[in-house]
Design a protein around this ligand. Structure first.
Ligand code: SIN
Length: 303
């Protein structure tokens, strides 16, 4: 049997498949369900310093080829989430806390609190539809540098930075994140989009704009991973439309050291993790590669 295990910033994972932020990560019991279903690691719903209700509905529309969401970052607040996590006990796989803030100070406060309970933090600087939080940081080279430097110097655990595709040059932003001390970058968060209901004559989402995820954005995400891999030396985690083992292999070959899965969990349930890891194992077994790590970035070497 070939090796599915990977190591990401010192974190050992039994396979390269991670639950993406925002999907099922709102409670420890759901994280455990995903871990038991075969994920190599899990990322929480984005957590802030204060509890947030999120937007009122509709917050999600299934377009068939992808999901458009504007949940509004609902979460119980980092302290309450960490209390529940501690009370719950072992999740069984590494846990990454996704963190957002309305200011650099809030990112630092939430990350510093969370790091005691998790294996790494992932800075959400890329939510495309909540005002003054997220994408404002990820679209500004100065703010991105400031927030990554501040969190990096405040905590000891690995810092991942989840980048937005809603910029002119995502590889430039990855270089800035690396330079500011990020241990890994995650590419990509959702693509800002809009859906209109012709019968109701109004936008489908209460927040009007939302973030598009799922199969529709896979080629965009793959292109971003490929471009970033050429520019940075830190690991890249691929995210965006991974639904099958072939998608996972494409991301690994483009340069991802691991992949995150989000919308496919909505479409197919948590069994998607065991299905993809089985497919990945079969692909490796029928190839000359002896580990997942050997696949990483291989598409660059053949061009
Ligand atoms: C949301 O809660 O609205 C989604 C968060 C994100 O896209 O980062």
């Amino acid at each position: 049997m070939k090796k599915l295990e990977v190591e990401l910033c010192g974190i050992r994972m039994k396979n390269p498949l991670m639950l993406a932020a925002g999907v099922l990560g709102i409670s420890p019991s759901l994280l455990k369900r995903v871990a038991d279903a075969g994920a190599g690691a899990v990322v929480t719903k984005s957590l802030g310093v204060e509890q947030r209700e999120g937007f009122s509905g509709p917050v999600l529309v299934d377009l068939g080829y992808g999901l458009l969401n504007a949940m509004g970052l609902p979460n119980p607040g980092v302290r309450e989430f960490c209390r529940e996590l501690e009370e719950f006990g072992e999740i069984g796989v590494p846990v990454v806390a996704s963190i957002y803030g309305f200011s650099v100070e809030e990112y630092v406060e939430a990350a510093a609190y969370a790091e005691r309970y998790v294996d790494a933090v992932e800075l959400n600087v890329s939510c495309p539809h909540v005002e003054k939080v997220g994408v404002q940081f990820g679209q500004s080279p100065e703010l991105l540098r400031e927030v990554v430097e501040a969190v990096r110097s405040a905590i000891r655990k690995p810092v991942f930075v989840k980048l937005t595709p809603n910029v002119t040059n995502i590889a430039e932003m990855a270089v800035i994140a690396e330079d500011a001390g990020a241990d890994a970058v995650v590419a990509i968060n959702t693509v800002r989009g809009l859906a209109i209901n012709p019968e109701l004559r109004r936008p489908e989402l209460s927040a009007v704009f939302g973030g598009l995820s799922g199969p529709a954005i896979k080629p965009i995400a793959l292109r971003c991973v490929y471009e970033i891999y050429q520019r940075v030396n830190i690991p890249v985690v691929g995210c965006g439309g991974v639904s099958t083992w072939r998608d996972a292999v494409e991301f690994l070959m483009a340069g991802a050291s691991a992949v995150q899965i989000g919308s496919a969990v909505y479409y197919r349930g948590v069994s998607v993790f065991s299905e993809i890891s089985r497919g990945l194992a079969e692909f490796l077994n029928s190839s000359e590669f002896s580990s997942v790590e050997e696949l990483v970035g291989i598409a660059h070497r053949s061009t």
